[in-house]
Structure formats: structure tokens, C-alpha cells
Write a protein that binds this ligand. Structure first.
Ligand code: AMP
Length: 280
């Protein structure tokens, strides 16, 4: 499996695939790969003939007080996992490659980009949209694969792709969870054993919301209150947000209609985790 370091190399690789009649997939990641990422690579493998996996811890999506410098970096293990799942190529650019000296161009998705995580983490989605636009442009991928785990990110990227008329189709894959329900995240390694147990409150709150909806409850107020109660019962879990929103616009919804998203973020000790459910 080849490892590419520049946008020009990725573009040349992609064009060679196209010339030989292959469709091209892209799985953008920040590395520290786990079974959630593996599921995206498998989905890409099943629907495109040549799969690129990008590994880039994108500095512009981290605020100065966030975990950019201590974000887990496990490059060699990541490459082995990606290869085992059928990736054709790894794209591992340097920060200077993605942001050349003097870089002044950013992608801002107004409105949507300031909701949910964008509200709690100002500038976060500007960084995400910018790097993903660069990856789409360099890879010329037919399809790119993202996890529903980052549901607000999906909404931002769908809007960006539509607005910029980008040719890459966004495919969303289900949330992969640990055996006990905790959504897999590269940040779970930050949790102490006690915190990991407390973190289960997030998936419990989401599951409770899902079961209320299955039982016929639709009121945002009740669904949010129920999630809040479950999180409040857990010591040292601090809610960042719990919202029911339209998944396309991230605007608040009053009822859990099809296409609404119950999303939450909470701090467990010093680690911020997210979880969600989309209603059918
Ligand atoms: P990250 O490396 O955290 O930036 O994530 C890269 C991609 O993997 C994003 O599209 C995430 O939504 C996706 N992802 C992360 N965790 C999971 C999970 N537990 N299940 C499914 N996809 C995930």
C-alpha cells in the first residue's frame, strides 16, 4: 500500500485509477483508527474500486485550548489497519502541505457551521469544511465516507458540497459502538476506567430517546429532558448541549419527525464526547 504525502501525488494517483476505469473512494480521518474508521473503509471498498484513506490531524479545527498537540497519533498501526481493510493508498500530508505558507483561503458554512458543535467550538467547522474541501479537490473522489457519529459535521459537509457544486458524493455510515454501547472515538483513550463507565451515560441517554420515540413520544422538550436527567444522574458528566434538530439545517425541531437528529455532547472529566440518533 502506497503512502502519498502531497496533494499532487494524490491527484495523480486518483487520475491513474480513473484512466484504468476505477471509481475512487475517500475516507477522511485524523488517524488513531478504530473499528468505526474500519467500517468506513469497508463501506468504501464495497462501493468504490480504489480507496484512499487520509490521515491528517487538522490543526485549524482545534481551538488553541483544545487537544491538538496531545491528539493520539498511531501512524504505523493505522496504516496496517487501513491496508487490512482494503485501502489502496494512504494520504498523509504535512501541515505545510495542507496549509502552504501564507494560506489565506477558508471555507465557512454560515449558519449551520455555528450550530451544535460549531456553537460550542467556534471555528471548528470552518477548519473541518476547509480541510475536507481541500481533500475533495485533491482526491477527485467519486464518493467520500463519513460516520453518523459526527452528525453535525455531516450536515455542514453536505451543505458545503451542495453549495460548491463539488463532484464528490457524501456517504454516511452508521455509528459503531463498543459492546456496552459507548460510541467508538479516538478520544476514548483519554478516559480513565472510572470515566469510561460514566461515559456510558451518553449512549444510555440516546438509547432512552430512541425508545421513547419508538413508544410514540415526539416532543423535543420531553426527549431532551429525559436525556438531561440521565446525564445529570452521572457524577462528573457535564452537559455541553442536548438538542433535537433538523439534520439538514441543524435548526431546533419541536417534534421528532423523520430526519430529525437527537444530538448531545458532554464532558466526562476533561474529555468531550458526542453521541446521537437520527429518527426515521
Ligand atoms: P476522526 O478520525 O475522528 O476525524 O473521524 C473520521 C471519520 O470516522 C469521521 O467521518 C467520523 O464520523 C468517523 N467515525 C468516528 N467514530 C466513528 C464511529 N464510532 N462509528 C462510525 N464512524 C465513526
Amino acid at each position: 500500500m502506497e503512502i502519498l504525502h502531497t496533494a499532487a501525488e494524490l491527484r495523480a494517483w486518483s487520475r491513474r485509477q480513473r484512466i484504468s476505469g476505477k471509481t475512487v473512494g475517500l475516507v477522511p480521518t485524523m488517524g488513531a483508527l478504530h473499528a468505526g474508521h474500519a467500517s468506513l473503509i469497508r463501506a468504501a471498498r464495497e462501493s468504490t474500486a480504489a480507496v484512499s484513506v487520509s490521515i491528517f490531524v487538522n490543526p485549524t479545527q482545534f481551538a488553541p485550548n483544545e487537544d491538538f498537540s496531545r491528539y493520539p497519533r498511531t501512524f504505523d498501526v493505522d496504516c496496517a489497519l487501513a491496508e487490512a481493510e482494503g485501502a489502496s493508498v494512504i494520504f498523509a500530508p504535512s501541515v505545510e502541505e495542507m496549509y502552504p505558507a501564507g494560506a489565506a483561503t477558508f471555507v465557512e458554512v454560515a449558519g449551520i457551521g455555528d450550530r451544535l458543535d460549531g456553537k460550542s467550538r467556534p471555528g471548528h467547522f470552518r477548519g473541518v469544511a476547509t480541510v475536507v474541501a481541500k481533500l475533495f479537490i485533491a482526491s477527485e473522489a467519486d464518493r467520500a465516507f463519513f460516520g453518523q457519529k459526527d452528525a453535525a459535521q455531516v450536515a455542514v459537509l453536505r451543505r458545503m458540497t451542495a453549495d460548491l457544486r463539488l463532484a464528490t458524493e457524501i456517504v454516511v455510515c452508521p455509528i459503531v459502538r463498543d459492546h456496552d454501547g459507548l460510541a467508538l472515538s479516538s478520544r476514548n483513550v483519554y478516559l480513565s476506567p472510572a470515566e469510561r463507565t460514566r461515559a456510558l451515560a451518553l449512549s444510555r441517554a440516546i438509547r432512552k430517546g430512541e425508545s421513547l420515540v419508538v413508544a410514540g413520544e415526539r416532543s423535543a422538550e420531553i426527549l431532551i429532558a429525559s436525556a438531561r436527567e440521565i446525564l445529570a444522574a452521572e457524577p462528573e458528566v457535564r452537559v455541553d448541549y442536548i438538542e433535537l434538530v433538523n439534520w439538514a439545517t441543524l435548526e431546533p425541531a419541536e417534534t421528532a419527525a423523520p430526519g430529525t437528529l437527537l444530538a448531545l455532547a458532554a464532558w466526562v472529566g476533561t474529555t468531550r464526547l458526542i453521541d446521537n440518533a437520527v429518527f426515521a
